[in-house]
Design a protein around this ligand. Structure first.
Ligand code: AHM
Ligand code: MG
Length: 340
């Protein structure tokens, strides 16, 4: 049987750009390799030595689990030795990690990432993921600086996620469509399994943590009522599906057709999810898959970041669904319009 591996695919894509130097190809390949190591540990997570907390608290005040730390270290070391990336901004580290080793300090790219997203699901064998955003650095000389990371998502060179689920899937885009690769664990290769992924025109799934209903903006409350209305012609009532691991919720909604919402609330106006390494990669993939990603008022990829760990509300999915949710936000919750 003829199959295409992730490495073959990214090399083939590079050949379409004669001016490409191969740096991005190597960087994506390094991410794929690190993902395999993380996948191995995720698959052994029930076996004890990688379970439990390490007793540290990360910048968001959450307890770090051992797998979070393992994944963080794995991606940092793969990218540090790779030479294409000069710095990483990670959910697990308050400050950016600047590579000043000879091989990497001249790297053209910076990577913002959440090495293990959905970590509250680790203990219960529920899917978790990795998210990554790749930017060309802005500074031309010396070691990387924070300004290299503070770029709007529309500047992304590439972005993607790895889903450690019933199978392990790596989905990425370099701005020319979205492709997904499933890991064949028997040979340790990511194989092209989801070529040119596109959102269905619309969908009938909505994914939101409804337990926070009382804190939601009126626009979100009204949109939820809209999703629940009985109107068979438009496929309503929709179904609720919410895993609590964004990567898994996004992946399912991309395949099946559904909107994922993590809104601002009366408790936290900017919601929970981080712009640079959670919202932006997902928004980039969504647009590349023919969908939309918005904060309810504005395109996620146009938000100008001011801090590495800043948060943003997100509504992401097929364009028609996101536009409908935006209508409700704009009509009922103008006070939630972010100031940026
Ligand atoms: P994490 O980065 O600490 O794992 O948090 C991010 C996760 C997302 O994967 C998920 O969509 C969201 O948090 C779930 O949050 P909640 O439990 O508030 O619904
Ligand atoms: Mg996380």
């Amino acid at each position: 049987m003829k199959f295409k591996t992730l490495t073959e695919f990214i090399i083939e894509k590079q050949a379409e750009y004669p001016q490409a130097s191969g740096n991005l190809t190597r960087l994506l390949n390094d991410i794929g390799i690190a993902a395999k190591f993380v996948n191995r540990e995720v698959n052994r997570a029930g076996l004890g030595e990688v379970m439990g907390y390490v007793g540290e608290v990360n910048v968001q005040g959450e307890e770090q689990k051992k797998l979070d730390v393992y994944a963080n270290n794995q991606f940092i070391s793969a990218l540090r030795s790779g030479g294409e990336c000069c710095a990483i901004g990670s959910e697990e580290n308050e400050e950016i990690i600047i590579f000043d080793n000879e091989s990497s300090k001249y790297g053209k790219y910076v990577v913002a990432m959440d090495p293990l997203d959905g970590s509250s699901n680790i203990e219960s064998n529920v899917s978790i993921g990795t998210l990554f955003s790749i930017y060309l650095r802005r500074t031309v000389r010396g070691t990387a600086k924070m300004e290299d990371f503070l770029q709007p998502g529309r500047n992304l060179v590439a972005a993607g996620y790895v889903l450690y689920g019933s199978s392990t899937v790596l989905v990425y885009s370099t701005g020319n469509g979205v492709n997904g690769f499933t890991l064949d664990p028997s040979v340790g290769l990511f194989i092209l399994s989801h070529p040119d992924m596109k959102y269905p025109e619309t969908g009938n799934i909505y994914s939101i943590n409804e337990a926070s209903y009382n804190y939601f903006p009126e626009g979100v409350k009204q949109y939820i009522h809209y999703c629940q209305e009985d109107e068979p012609a438009t496929g309503r009532p929709y179904s609720t599906r919410y895993i609590g691991s964004m990567v898994a919720d996004i992946h399912r909604n991309l395949i099946r057709g559904g909107i994922f919402i993590y809104p601002g609330t009366t408790k936290s106006k900017t919601g929970k999810l981080r712009l640079l390494y959670e919202c932006n990669p997902v928004a980039f993939l969504a647009e590349q898959a023919g969908g939309k990603a918005s904060d309810g008022f504005k395109r996620i990829l146009d938000i100008e970041p001011t801090a590495l760990h800043q948060r943003a509300p997100i509504f992401v999915g097929p364009s028609a669904m996101v536009e409908k949710a935006e209508e409700f936000m704009q009509a009922h919750s103008p006070e939630f319009k972010p100031e940026h």
